[in-house]
Design a protein around this ligand. Structure first.
Ligand SMILES: Nc1ncnc2c1ncn2[C@@H]1O[C@H](COP(=O)(O)OP(=O)(O)OP(=O)(O)O)[C@@H](O)[C@H]1O
Ligand SMILES: [Mg+2]
Length: 215
């Protein structure tokens, strides 16, 4: 099973989410991560994780398309591969979209950000054409302002886009996310009773159902 956390736009929370998902899912699954972010964000978080005495994640980086494809093809059925894609369009990021069994696209809930999904929708359309499949990405609203209660417009817009479905779980803007990764932890490891942990665990439950992930 391959999960890609993907959006061609930068700064939406891909690496933060991918790192948190990987730590929590690694408790049940054999998680292998692929770091395609040029800033190597999750690899840096993982180094801190090791220094903090936690068991580090298994993270790999590639600069050649074929090497990544060969690596993914060599994983057994029990491995859960989580790809943190870079916030830009590239052949490696497109390959990730093509090979993923489940794609998650974090996006913040301001309407201008939502409109930014149009570009990504075009990329999903092009890759869909190439592989002759209708690729769907599950959009998760991230960094939502604590005051926002109504998501009707966003819901309608995303669900009317050909390549997107909005996830029910939402992640609010919370300092826990930057505080936890600064120590190489997930938000759950930082405080398992925090609001951010509850949101993350709810998202994981939804991913398990939608991706039919049985551990
Ligand atoms: N739910 C959240 N609440 C508060 N801050 C968040 C949240 N999610 C992400 N952030 C912060 O937003 C910033 C960007 O996050 P991140 O690096 O994960 O984005 P990215 O999509 O991976 O960016 P890039 O495309 O550059 O790789 C970071 O400072 C991160 O701590
Ligand atoms: Mg990143």
């Amino acid at each position: 099973m391959i999960i890609a956390v993907s959006h061609q736009k930068g700064g939406v929370g891909k690496s933060t989410l991918a790192f948190n998902l990987a730590i929590e899912l690694n408790k049940t699954f054999n998680v292998v991560m692929i770091d395609l972010d040029v800033q190597e964000t999750i690899s840096a978080y993982n180094r801190i994780r090791k220094i903090m005495g936690q068991i580090p994640l298994n993270i790999h980086s590639f600069s050649i398309d074929k090497e990544m494809i060969d690596f993914v093809n060599n994983q057994d059925d029990k491995t859960l591969t989580i790809i943190d894609t870079g916030g830009f369009d590239s052949s490696m990021n497109r390959i990730s979209i093509a090979i993923a069994d489940f794609i998650i696209t974090p996006v913040s809930s301001e309407f201008t950000e939502i409109l930014g999904l149009e570009k990504y929708n075009n990329i999903l359309a092009e890759v869909s054409n190439q592989i002759n499949e209708n690729i769907k990405s599950y959009v998760v609203l991230n960094k939502i302002s604590p005051n926002q209660k109504n998501f009707n417009d966003i819901n309608d817009f995303i669900n009317s886009s050909k390549h997107f479905t909005l996830m029910e779980s939402k992640i609010r803007r919370r300092v826990d996310f930057s505080n936890s990764v600064a120590h190489g932890y997930s938000v759950v490891e930082l405080d398992n009773s925090s609001k951010s942990s509850k949101e993350l665990l709810r998202l994981i439950d939804e991913i398990k159902i939608k991706a039919e992930l049985n551990g």
